[in-house]
Write a protein that binds this ligand. Structure first.
Ligand SMILES: [Fe+2]
Ligand SMILES: [Fe+2]
Length: 275
């Protein structure tokens, strides 16, 4: 199975990168399942039902989120009836929506997607490591064909620890939230594909997707300054593509994907053929 997971889609520019590139990536790479993190899709803050529909129409199968999930309050009413939109599984009991779901592909194969949020330099939440163990006690490779974990967090150490904890038990662990891609894509020793952060789909002539002048001024002056506005120059789509072995659900190969905008492109065309 070939899976693409793209990091945080930031604003209109990020959405344009997804709608422009995901259809061709699906075709070129022969993708079976596409996930994007959509927590910043609405002008940098939150997501709406209309934006979900726009992303699904571009070929996105499921959307994960993180700390910005509720920034647009109308999503609270929408999320319970939409299993293709996840919020972190370790939010408090009673939170609307769901933190994981099993998706069935047209050919019958099943993908278990889980969204968790880290705690270092983040909001205090239930333990994501205990939460993921509870989820994996219910769903194992063998019962489902692939397991994907989006671990939304600030600290590289916490995200790497999650990857190592889950090595051999899931297909892919990818970090999101930092809005900067890391260069450590690898298959861990027991067969789980891993990258510390997928990077954002957004305008990289910015400070993590926000217009640079105001964002820089906040650091320089230590004053709150004007409200941050999303950067709207040409965006780079950033993500990882993984091919799993259908017999085991573990990863055969992983590669970073970068298209458009300012970042050095990476299009792993070797994924077009089956390994
Ligand atoms: Fe984000
Ligand atoms: Fe975030």
């Amino acid at each position: 199975m070939k899976i693409l997971l793209c990091g945080d889609v930031v604003g209109r520019a990020g959405r344009a990168a997804v709608t422009e590139h995901v259809p061709e990536l699906r075709r070129i790479l022969g993708l079976d399942f596409v996930v994007v993190n959509g927590e910043n899709a609405a002008a940098g803050f939150g997501i709406t039902d209309k934006i979900c529909a726009e992303l699904y129409a571009a070929g996105v199968d499921a959307i994960t989120t993180g700390n910005h999930v509720w920034d647009r309050r109308e999503i609270i009413a929408y999320i319970p009836s939409n299993p293709r939109l996840l919020r972190p599984a370790n939010f408090p009991r009673g939170t609307p929506g769901r933190g994981s779901h099993v998706y069935r592909l047209a050919d019958g194969r099943r993908v278990f997607l889980a969204n968790l949020m880290a705690r270092l330099f983040m909001d205090a939440l239930d333990d994501p490591f205990a939460a993921v163990e509870a989820l994996l006690a219910e769903r194992r490779l063998g019962e489902v064909d692939a397991i994907i974990v989006d671990f939304h967090g600030e600290a590289t150490s916490e995200k790497m620890a999650m990857g190592q904890l889950l090595d051999g038990r899931v297909s892919l662990v990818v970090g999101t939230h930092s809005h900067v891609p890391t260069a450590d894509a690898q298959i861990l020793p027991r067969g789980t594909a891993y990258q510390t952060d997928a990077g954002m789909c957004g305008d990289y002539d910015s400070v993590i997707g926000m217009q640079k002048a105001a964002a820089v001024a906040r650091f320089v002056t230590k004053m709150p300054g004007e409200r941050l506005q999303v950067a709207e120059g040409p965006a780079t789509l950033c993500g990882v593509v993984v091919e799993t072995d259908d017999a085991t659900g573990l990863a055969r190969r992983i590669a970073p994907v970068r298209m458009g905008g300012r970042l050095i492109p990476s299009l792993p065309t070797e994924f077009a053929t089956n390994s």
